[in-house]
Design a protein around this ligand. Structure first.
Ligand code: FAD
Length: 575
C-alpha cells in the first residue's frame, strides 16, 4: 500500500517574554506530516463517498486514507505506525466480511491508543454499537446515511478531532519543567500547567539526566526550582502561578469596569452560568483562582453526564465549556482569587487578590468545595510529597508499579482508583464505613470489583504517614504498617466561602443559604421572596456544590448555574 504525504500546516505560535538572561538553545525539529484520518468500508461506493466528504472538510490539516476491509486497514495502520506518523481518527463500517468494525477499532487501539475511534452503523446495528462503546471503549457511533454531511457527519468528527487535538497538543510541549518529583512546588507548577492546558514536558531530576543538563546550561541554582524552560529559550525560576499565567497569555485582568453578571468560580456551575449569561446578552465575567473546570476538571472520566454515552474526561468537559463561554463573549479570568464582597448601593463589588475591584449589577457565588485535610500525624508535612488532595492526575505516571492508597468512598475516589490502577501495581481504597454502597455510584462499584489490582479496605483509617522527604509508609488503624509511595485524599467537602464574610448568610458548615432556606434561617430585607437561588443579599445568587443542601454532581451544578441566569434576568428586570 502506498502512502502519500501532504504539506504540513503552519505550527501554532506562542507569545513569550524573556525572563532569565540564561538561554538554552534548542535544535529545530523536522516538520512532521499532518495527522491521518482513516476511513474503512467494504462497499466501494460508500468508501469513495465518505472519503470524499471527509477530505473536503478536513484536508489539508489531516491526510485522509481509505481502506476497503478491516485487514487492509490494520495493515495500513501498522505501516503508518512504523513510519512514526500520527493517526487522529479511525472511522469504520461495522458490517464488513472477515473483520467487523468493532474488531478493527479494538485492534487499532493497540497501535494508536490516543486516536479517536468511531463506528459507522446501519440502524439495525445500533445495539452492537452501544455494546461496543462499553466493551471496546469506542468514542462514538454514527448512523448511515450521513447526508447532509454538514449536519450529520462533520459536527461529530470536528468534536472528536477537537478532543484529539487538545490531547495531542499536550505532547507538543510549550515548556519543559525541571524539578524534583517530591517537591510541592514542582507539583503545583505541573498541576497548574496541566489544568490550564499548557503542554509541557516533565524532567524529574532524580531520574532524567537531560533535566540536570538543562539546569547546568542555564545556571539555575538548586534553591530556585522548579525551572520552566520556554520555547524561546528563556527560563523561569520557581515561578508563581501569576507569572506562569503571564507567560502563557492566560487572561488575568478584566476588560470592563462594570458587568451585568460577575461569576466567582469556574467549575461546572460557574461555566454554565457564563455560557447562558453571555449567550443571552449579559456582560459577563468569570473569575477563577486556579483553572477552569473546578473539581470536575480533575476527574479522569465522568461517565454519568447526560449526552456522553462513553463518558468524557473532566479536562475535555472543562475545555469544551470554556471554549463555549468564550465563543458567546464571556470574559474568563484565571489565577485571580476573589478575596471579599461588598454591597455598594445596588452594586455588588468584589476585590481580587491583586487589590483590583470588579463591580456588577449581580453576582453568582459558584466557588464549590474543597477536600478536607486528613488530620493524622505526618500527613501535613508530606503534603505535595506523596500526599495529594484530590485526583492530582499529573502524578499518575509516577505511580507506575507502586502501591498507592486512596482515602474516601465517594465517586471521586472510585474514579481515581480506576484511573490509577492502570499504572500502579496495587491500589488500596481505604474507607471508614462499612462499604462503598452508601457513597459511590453502582456502576463505579462494579468497575472496581472487576479490576484485580484494586482492593477495598472498609472500617479502616489512616492514622499516620511516615517518610523521609516523601511518603514511604502509612499506618492503618493504629498498628498496621503499609509501604506506599502515594496517597490521594478524597474526604468530606468544605465550601470556599470565607471570602463572603458576613455579607451572605451561611449554614453552620459554611454552605450558602438560598431561596426558601434564606426565609427559614436568615434575615431577608425585601417584601418579595428571594428567587430560588438568591442569597440573603439581594442580587447575589449561588449555584453548585457551595449551596446549602446541594447535590454534589456535575449535572446539578450545570443545572443550577444555568437556572441562576433566569433568576438574574428577573432580578434585573425588577430593578
Ligand atoms: C475527582 C472528581 C471526580 C468527580 N466525578 C464526578 C462524576 O463522575 N460525576 C458527577 O456528577 N460528579 C463528579 N464529581 C463532582 C463534581 O465534579 C462536582 O459536583 C462539581 O464539579 C461541582 O461544580 P461547582 O461548579 O459547584 O464547583 P467546583 O467544581 O468545586 O468549582 C468551583 C471553582 O471555584 C473556584 N474558586 C473557589 N474559591 C474561589 C475564589 N475565592 N475566587 C475565585 N475562584 C474560586 C475553585 O478553584 C473551583 O475551580 C467529581 C469530583 C471530583 C473531585
Amino acid at each position: 500500500m502506498t502512502l502519500c504525504a501532504r504539506a504540513n500546516p503552519a505550527p501554532r505560535a506562542f507569545a513569550r517574554r524573556s525572563v532569565s538572561s540564561a538561554r538554552v538553545t534548542t535544535t529545530p525539529e523536522a516538520p512532521a506530516r499532518p495527522p491521518a484520518i482513516l476511513v474503512v468500508d467494504d462497499e466501494p461506493t460508500v468508501l469513495r463517498a465518505v472519503r470524499r466528504d471527509v477530505q473536503s472538510k478536513f484536508s489539508p490539516d489531516y491526510r485522509v486514507y481509505a481502506a476497503p476491509s478491516g485487514a487492509e486497514a490494520e495493515e495500513l495502520l501498522g505501516e503508518l505506525a512504523r513510519r512514526g506518523d500520527t493517526v487522529a481518527l479511525v472511522l469504520a463500517d461495522q458490517r464488513m466480511p472477515g473483520m467487523t468494525g468493532v474488531e478493527l477499532l479494538d485492534r487499532a487501539r493497540g497501535l494508536y491508543p490516543k486516536a479517536k475511534r468511531a463506528l459507522l452503523t446501519a440502524y439495525a446495528d445500533t445495539d452492537a454499537a452501544i455494546a461496543a462503546i462499553n466493551d471496546a471503549q469506542i468514542d462514538y457511533y454514527l448512523q448511515k446515511p450521513w447526508d447532509p454531511p454538514e449536519e450529520k457527519l462533520f459536527p461529530t468528527l470536528e468534536d472528536l478531532l477537537g478532543d484529539w487535538e487538545a490531547d495531542a497538543r499536550l505532547s507538543d510541549a510549550a515548556a519543559r519543567v525541571v524539578g524534583h518529583r517530591f517537591s510541592p512546588q514542582s507539583h503545583e507548577v505541573r498541576d497548574f500547567l496541566a489544568r490550564n492546558r499548557v503542554p509541557y514536558a516533565w524532567y524529574d531530576l532524580d531520574r532524567d539526566v537531560e533535566g540536570r543538563r538543562l539546569l547546568d546550561v542555564a545556571g539555575v541554582p538548586a534553591d530556585r526550582l522548579p525551572a520552566v524552560f520556554l520555547r524561546d529559550g528563556s527560563v523561569l525560576e520557581a515561578p508563581t502561578p501569576l507569572e506562569l499565567a503571564g507567560q502563557f497569555d492566560l487572561p488575568t485582568h478584566a476588560e470592563l469596569d462594570f458587568y451585568d453578571l460577575v461569576i466567582v468560580g469556574g467549575g461546572p456551575a460557574g461555566l454554565a452560568a457564563a455560557v447562558y449569561g453571555a449567550s443571552e446578552g449579559l456582560r459577563t465575567v468569570l473569575v477563577e483562582r486556579e483553572a477552569p473546570g473546578g473539581q470536575a476538571g480533575q476527574s479522569s472520566r465522568i461517565e454519568n453526564y447526560l449526552g456522553f454515552p462513553n463518558g468524557l474526561s473532566g479536562a475535555d468537559l472543562a475545555r469544551r465549556a470554556h471554549d463555549q463561554a468564550r465563543r458567546f463573549g464571556a470574559e474568563l479570568l484565571t489565577v485571580q482569587e476573589v478575596r471579599s464582597l461588598e454591597a455598594r448601593g445596588p452594586q455588588r463589588v468584589v476585590t481580587l487578590m491583586d487589590g483590583t475591584e470588579l463591580a456588577g449589577h449581580t453576582l453568582l457565588v459558584a466557588t464549590g468545595v474543597a477536600y478536607r485535610r486528613l488530620g493524622a500525624p505526618g500527613v501535613e508535612e508530606l503534603s505535595g510529597r506523596g500526599v495529594y488532595y484530590g485526583a492530582a492526575l499529573t502524578e499518575a505516571e509516577a505511580c507506575k508499579d507502586q502501591t498507592v492508597v486512596i482515602v474516601g468512598g465517594a465517586n471521586s475516589a472510585g474514579q481515581a482508583a480506576v484511573f490509577l490502577a492502570k499504572q500502579a501495581a496495587r491500589v488500596l481504597i481505604v474507607v471508614r464505613g462499612e462499604g462503598l454502597e452508601a457513597s459511590m455510584s453502582h456502576y463505579l462499584i462494579q468497575q472496581i470489583e472487576s479490576i484485580p489490582n484494586i482492593e477495598v479496605r472498609t472500617r479502616t483509617q489512616v492514622t499516620e504517614a511516615r517518610g523521609d522527604g516523601h511518603l514511604e509508609q502509612l499506618v492503618l488503624n493504629g498498628d498496621e504498617e503499609l509501604d506506599a509511595s502515594a496517597m490521594f485524599v478524597f474526604i468530606g467537602a468544605a465550601p470556599y466561602t470565607d471570602w463572603l464574610g458576613d455579607q451572605v448568610a451561611r449554614d453552620d458548615r459554611g454552605f450558602v443559604l438560598a431561596g426558601p432556606d434564606v426565609l427559614a434561617h436568615a434575615t431577608w430585607p425585601h417584601e418579595r421572596d428571594p428567587f430560588l437561588l438568591e442569597t440573603s443579599l439581594p442580587g447575589v445568587f449561588v449555584a453548585g456544590d457551595v449551596r446549602h443542601r446541594s447535590i454534589k454532581r456535575v449535572a446539578s451544578a450545570v443545572g443550577e448555574g444555568s437556572m441562576s441566569v433566569q433568576f438574574i434576568h428577573q432580578y434585573l428586570a425588577d430593578q
